[in-house]
Design a protein around this ligand. Structure first.
Ligand code: FES
Length: 115
């Protein structure tokens, strides 16, 4: 597979709370939540459809991937105050993480509970 293909469809990696790895192709401009929903990744509920309101798409961004996105801010940070699983410094709402070409290998751990 050449690098152009990877850039067009970066691989997004989801670890379930039990450690199971799911690797999917993401689409540029979609969100990480979209990639999860399109591929039936368990544990991402996305009840509000990506409006940063429900907090049920909570993930922990892997340390190596975190510099690509940084900490949550604004409305997202407020919503993260009410998530059901522990909030960590690397907590993000996956619906607010827009996939870019440099996201190939972007890795998150799905929060152990969303509701
Ligand atoms: Fe509701 Fe992300 S889908 S906060």
């Amino acid at each position: 597979m050449d690098t152009m293909t990877n850039a067009a469809k970066p691989t997004i990696r989801f670890y379930s709370p039990d450690g199971t790895l799911h690797e999917v192709e993401g689409l540029i401009h979609d969100t990480v939540m979209d990639a999860a929903m399109d591929n039936d990744i368990p544990g991402i509920l996305a009840d509000c459809g990506g409006q940063a309101e429900c907090g049920t798409c909570h993930v922990y961004v892997d340390e190596a991937s975190f510099p690509l996105v940084g900490e949550a801010s604004g409305y997202e940070a407020e919503t993260l105050e009410d998530v059901k699983a522990e909030r960590l410094p690397t907590s993000r709402l996956s619906c607010q993480l827009r996939i870019r070409p440099d996201f190939d290998g972007f890795t998150v751990r799905i929060a152990p509970r969303q509701v």
